[in-house]
Design a protein around this ligand. Structure first.
Ligand code: PSU
Ligand code: MN
Length: 304
């Protein structure tokens, strides 16, 4: 890798030996979860990946270097840094040039994973088309990044803070397959269903890996979304979910966060408005995604 991209020895060794590796992002650590939960959850995600037979590669930017496979100390530094920047492909180069530090979104993590040759990535929810996007033009950089980088992203769909029908349409437009992990509907993060169809249902890690392998073998460009619904026991009750969502969206309309601040604003309001219940749901689905991503990575590596 170039001087500004550093792959840890553990991750580089695993990739060389074609052992299973799972990429993990860091914006969920710094902007998606409150301190100190972010760092604690990040560590449990790494453990879940390891317990299921894969090597975690947590990705972030420290002192002007894009690091693939942050050590525990590096991750703690990033999580504790005040005012750490949320990094997309668009603001990455200037941050690197200035020697700064930042956490990588799904879009930036997809880029980094692809550069290192990592094929599987676990996160919570992907960004998408925001409500009111016809006015604001606010569409997450995660969507074009998914179209560009050959990585399978295991997520619990996307939050209903977004315009989910338009998000699913955009994935279709971009040619990004959406595989339902044991489900027929695109999951809505805190909730298991959205009323929207996935492209194909795959039951179990082997079936998912077979579809992902076919995508890569065909030479289709870009990534794959593996949509894994939150475990039923951890789902946020519909009444609590819908009330918090309505209030959070109304508050956003008044407070008017812009650009990269929109998603963190809505996530934090959901947490407060659900009395912390959304946080427990978030953690549960993240852990389940890390587990499934590791299982898929193991399958992909074993057939290579
Ligand atoms: N959705 C979540 N939790 C998160 C994010 C999205 O449920 O933490 C983070 C991810 O890092 C994602 C980013 O890539 O927010 C999307 O931000 P935006 O909508 O500004 O593109
Ligand atoms: Mn945006």
């Amino acid at each position: 890798m170039t001087g500004s991209i550093i792959v840890s020895d553990v991750v580089a060794g695993a990739l060389r030996e074609r052992r299973p590796v799972v990429a993990l992002e860091t914006t969920l650590v710094t902007h998606g979860l409150p301190r100190p939960d972010g760092l604690r959850v990040a560590a449990t995600l790494e453990s879940a990946v390891r317990e299921n037979g894969a090597i975690p590669a947590t990705i972030g930017i420290l002192d002007g270097r894009l690091r693939i496979g942050l050590s525990a100390a590096e991750l703690a530094r990033l999580a504790d840094a005040p005012g750490v920047v949320k990094v997309n492909p668009g603001n990455m180069a200037a941050l690197i040039a200035s020697g700064g530090s930042g956490s990588t979104t799904v879009a930036a993590t997809l880029f980094a994973a692809a550069r290192a040759g990592i094929r599987v990535f676990a996160t919570g929810g992907i960004g998408g088309v925001h409500r009111g996007a016809t006015e604001t033009g606010d569409v997450s950089a995660d969507l074009p990044a998914l179209a560009r980088h050959p990585v399978a992203v295991v997520c619990a769909g996307a939050k209903a803070i977004l315009d989910l029908p338009r998000t699913v349409e955009m994935l279709e437009t971009l040619g990004v397959p959406v595989l339902g992990a044991g489900c027929d509907e695109f999951p809505a993060f805190y909730r298991r269903s959205s009323g929207l169809r996935v492209d194909a249902r795959c039951d179990g890690a082997a079936a998912l890996a077979a579809a992902i392998r076919a995508h890569f073998d065909l030479g289709l460009p870009g990534g794959v979304v593996v949509a894994n619904p939150i475990p039923a026991a951890d789902e946020l009750p519909a009444a609590i979910h819908d009330a918090a969502l309505a209030t959070a969206l109304a508050e956003a309309a008044t407070a008017g966060p812009r650009g990269r601040d929109v998603t963190p604003f809505l996530l934090e309001r959901m947490r407060v408005l659900t009395g912390g219940a959304s946080l427990r749901a978030n953690e549960a689905l993240l852990l389940d995604n890390a587990r499934l991503a590791a299982e898929v990575a193991v399958m992909l590596a074993s057939a290579a």
